[in-house]
Design a binder for this molecule. Structure first.
Ligand SMILES: [Zn+2]
Length: 412
């Protein structure tokens, strides 16, 4: 029986959201949290974007060190040969790529404006795919942008050409959130059966159905005989109305009526990391979690009406589908209400040593403390908000990697 995996795209689709972004340190922490949670792959950035180069290299180093393992780190590029070549020139150790090109009539005619025909789309994609494999890519996913508005006959031909040239997966992008659970089920089942490729399901929330469509897409792909890789973002942050929310999709897969009887995860997800990763994304993006967000919202386990409160106190299962502890909630939160020492871009050694001492980090010398403090100052310059504990601990533990992440010299 084929299985369900997760490819999280917070560090790609999430950060290209208008008005939002993450620092390189925050993107790195996101990869670490996704890895701890059991996510199969992180789409960790843009290998042809020069300001990402050192961040991508540093994260690949963390993978080599065994810190970012077993998660796969994969970069997103356009499906054109020059992008593939640039990606390998800037980030030679990159092993996993997704290459993207528009496939719909709308995009071919109205975006490329007659410069490309369907045959050119297949040609560009296969040429880029060949180049990626020749340059050493271990896996390549091929993204059909606007797949949900693409004629199924052409989409199948596109998928078959990708498979013939060694693609590992085909990404079905519902770029505009146009599908509904019934249409996506039929389309991807057909696509899985007729291309013989594992599929990625990439859904957006323009009609409020990103999570439902992800579930239906997973079912369709598995019924079509292939493994499925659901694309998610943390807190559903993504372009326009956003992407499928990671935690909500996991909950839907494992908690919704009868779904998990037949459709199962390919590797375990540690649900208890949900609250932590959602809180971090909220802080890093500077975006509150909606109070009615599944599982992690402030009201997800709140009861006030008499009948519900009475019922849930007698037996939580009367009014709760799953327990808050499962999502890593319920621990008391320490909030400083008195004097507070914060590490910032103008911090000095004494306050900093005090702060790190409270986290039980001891420095071997004043020089070492000064070196870490300097990195912390730079991290603050980039983030423009106080660092979270895990960021401070990361810098103290991996100063060389941190230095790389914080180097943003415009390249020649
Ligand atoms: Zn997208």
């Amino acid at each position: 029986m084929p299985k369900i995996y997760f490819i999280d795209v917070t560090n790609r689709d999430g950060v290209q959201t208008a008005k939002l972004g993450l620092s390189k340190m925050e993107k790195t922490l996101m990869n670490l949290y996704l890895n701890e949670m059991g996510v199969f792959q992180s789409e960790f950035g843009f290998p042809v974007t020069r300001h990402e180069t050192l961040y991508l290299q540093a994260n690949l180093e963390l993978a080599q060190m065994g810190v970012l393992q077993p998660i796969r780190l994969e970069g997103w590029i356009r499906a054109i040969t020059s992008d593939v070549e640039t990606a390998f020139r800037l980030v030679p150790d990159i092993k996993h790529l997704n290459i993207s090109i528009s496939t719909s009539f709308q995009m071919i005619n109205r975006k490329f404006q007659g410069r490309k025909q369907q045959e050119d789309i297949i040609h560009d994609m296969t040429e880029a795919l060949d180049a990626a494999k020749a340059l050493g890519a271990k896996t390549v996913g091929v993204n059909a942008e606007d797949a949900s508005r693409t004629d199924i006959t052409f989409l199948t031909r596109f998928g078959l050409a990708a498979r013939e040239h060694g693609a590992d997966r085909l990404r079905y992008c519902d770029t505009l959130g146009y599908d509904n659970p019934f249409t996506i089920y039929e389309t991807v089942r057909n696509l899985a059966e007729n291309t013989g490729l594992p599929l990625e399901i990439h859904c957006h929330g323009d009609l409020g159905m990103a999570v439902a469509n992800s579930l239906a897409g997973a079912k369709g792909t598995i019924d079509g005989g292939q493994d499925v890789y659901i694309n998610t973002t943390v807190n559903g942050i993504g372009e326009r109305a956003g992407n499928a929310d990671l935690v909500a999709v996991v909950l839907a897969l494992i908690k919704s009526k009868q779904f998990a009887d037949k459709y199962q995860l390919g590797q375990p997800i540690d649900l208890s990391k949900s609250f932590g990763i959602a809180k971090f994304a909220s802080y890093a993006f500077g975006l509150p979690i909606p109070i009615n967000q599944p599982g992690v919202g402030a009201n997800a386990f709140a009861h006030s009406s008499g009948i519900h409160a009475d019922g849930v106190l007698k037996d939580p299962e009367n009014y709760e589908l799953y327990g808050f502890e499962e999502l890593g909630r319920g621990d008391p939160v320490m909030v400083e209400t008195g004097r507070e020492i914060i590490a910032g871009q103008y911090s000095g050694i004494s306050g900093f040593s005090h702060l790190m001492g409270r986290m039980e980090v001891q420095f071997s010398s004043r020089e070492e403390a000064a070196e870490i403090l300097e990195l912390v100052r730079y991290a603050n310059v980039e983030a423009q908000k106080p660092l979270v504990e895990d960021e401070l601990l990361f810098i103290a533990k991996y100063p060389k990697i941190a230095k790389k992440l914080l180097t943003l010299t415009p390249l020649e």
